[in-house]
Design a protein around this ligand. Structure first.
Ligand SMILES: Cc1ncc(COP(=O)(O)O)c(C=O)c1O
Length: 390
């Protein structure tokens, strides 16, 4: 096999070797159930509570405000279903506010709540660079709004939202504010006191932790009906035996991400800017999507005129470059990205999207190799299109 360059760190990251090392004893030696009363259980429980304390310290919240889940999607479900249903039952608030650029774990969950549980929703408009309009946001909040949910950093176009500003407005109106911080975690501040959010979703595999574990920050006092019933784990908010090794891994990964944040972000920004400049200077009819400055340091996204993003991905894969079109979850799906349509792009433009995301292991040589491959693939696809007269 020839050279391989992975530029899809927004889809997932490898698990850091130091994280794997921290997790290993909890698969074998310390395998106890964290709910058991004996010494095996106590050892596992201690590891879970140490992990909870580490995460709480990084989020500036209380230990009990961290609820472990199985992934970012589950955290989003728990926040919206849990707080939405609780407020509807207790206060008759059955209105939800969100944006058209959420990950499907928020967007579809809101739709399911509307279709099956009598909720209504309002979507806040976004600008072409993907920022939520704060005046439009205020206007959508109503007396019966239960929860507002706005993504912290968008997975497709990388735009970062003014979360503290939006959360403050929601609080003034008595609306619970949730943010999906799955892409933001590891790169942006997760200080929930500064952000002023009531709930925040995280997923370990986006910051060099293992797949299959996430967390939801739930501010003390926020009513939450568990979206999964059973035992009284996690203060009755999420039933299921705690996955000790994965929880230990998540805490270790988040700790490393913030200890090493300065160096990591400088590395990402340097390589991301190289990619951006290389592509803009060598390819015609190409546009950067998302906000020019308010965006994730590791992320750059484009629209190439007259190109099918999925074909481009295949041509890049053949040339050894792994990237993504709009969103990893949609790869292989020829439908244009709803996010790009919501930003005002046409269907044809939206089909020509490419997302590149760099990581700790990416080198300058990788970036040079990837730029050459992208220039080559775009040129080949355009030539083919011209020769077919389409
Ligand atoms: C913004 C955002 N939210 C939620 C998720 C879902 O996270 P998980 O894969 O842990 O379910 C993703 C994953 O791509 C994401 O990018």
């Amino acid at each position: 096999m020839g050279r391989s360059v992975y530029l899809d760190y927004s889809a997932t990251t490898p698990t850091d070797a130091r994280v794997v090392e921290a997790m290993m004893p909890y698969f074998t030696t310390f395998f106890g159930n964290a709910s058991s009363a004996h010494r095996y259980g106590r050892k596992a429980e201690q590891a879970v509570e140490d992990a909870r304390a580490t995460i709480a310290r990084l989020l500036h919240c209380k230990h009990e405000e961290v609820v472990f889940t199985s992934c970012g999607s589950e955290s989003n479900n728990l926040a919206l279903r849990g707080a939405g249903v609780a407020r509807k039952q207790r206060e008759g608030r059955g209105h939800l506010v969100t944006t058209p650029i959420e990950h499907s774990a928020v967007g579809k969950t809101v739709d399911v709540l509307c279709d099956t549980m009598g909720f209504t929703k309002s979507l806040v408009s976004v600008s072409r660079d993907g920022r939520v309009d704060s005046e439009a946001f205020v206007e959508t909040l109503r007396e019966d709004t239960a929860v507002a949910s706005v993504i912290y950093a968008n997975n497709e176009v990388g735009t970062v939202q003014p979360i503290a500003q939006l959360a403050a407005v929601a609080r003034q109106k008595g609306v619970l504010f949730h943010t999906d911080a799955v892409q933001a975690a590891g790169q942006l501040s997760l200080d929930v006191r500064e952000l002023g959010v009531d709930m925040m979703s995280l997923s370990a595999h986006k910051f060099y932790g293992p797949k299959g574990v996430g967390a939801l920050y739930v501010r003390e006092g926020v009513p939450l009906v568990p979206s999964q019933s059973g035992g009284s784990h996690e203060g009755g908010r999420r039933a299921g035996t705690l996955n000790t090794p994965l929880i230990v891994g998540m805490a270790k990964a988040l700790q490393l991400a913030y200890e090493e944040r300065e160096q990591r972000l400088a590395h990402y920004l340097h390589l991301r800017n190289m990619l951006k400049e290389g592509i803009l200077s060598r390819v015609s009819d190409v546009e950067v999507t998302g906000h020019p400055e308010q965006r994730l340091p590791s992320h750059i996204s484009f629209i190439f005129g007259g190109i099918d993003g999925n074909q481009l991905l295949m041509h890049l894969d053949i040339r050894g470059v792994a990237a993504s079109s709009a969103s990893a979850c949609k790869t292989g799906n020829p439908e244009p990205s709803g996010v790009l349509l919501a930003l005002g792009y046409s269907r044809e433009q939206a089909l020509g999207s490419l997302r590149l995301s760099v990581g700790q292991d990416t080198t300058e040589d990788d970036v040079i190799f990837a730029i050459d491959a992208i220039v080559d693939a775009v040129t080949a696809l355009r030539k083919l299109k011209a020769s077919l007269g389409r």
